[in-house]
Design a protein around this ligand. Structure first.
Ligand SMILES: [Zn+2]
Length: 72
């Protein structure tokens, strides 16, 4: 991903961080289910939901920003 736009770089950075954190929590969730760690499953599920939202928002921000580029 090569770009000359600082805003693009910043948005992609946020997206890749959110996506990486989301993947990590999805794995943690699977582990908790396999280990039947019922005490932490609710907490992990909540975190997973929050990170999914963050990832979605970051993706939307990139799409909106790229649309601004196309208008120029
Ligand atoms: Zn840009």
């Amino acid at each position: 991903m090569k770009s000359a736009c600082a805003e693009c770089d910043c948005l992609w950075e946020e997206y890749s961080q959110a996506a990486a954190a989301h993947v990590k929590v999805v794995i943690e969730h699977h582990k908790a289910v396999i280990q039947r760690a019922t005490g932490v499953i609710d907490e992990i599920a909540r975190l997973e939901y929050e990170l999914a939202e963050r990832e979605l928002k970051a993706r939307r921000a990139i799409r909106d920003h790229e649309a601004e580029h196309e208008q120029l």
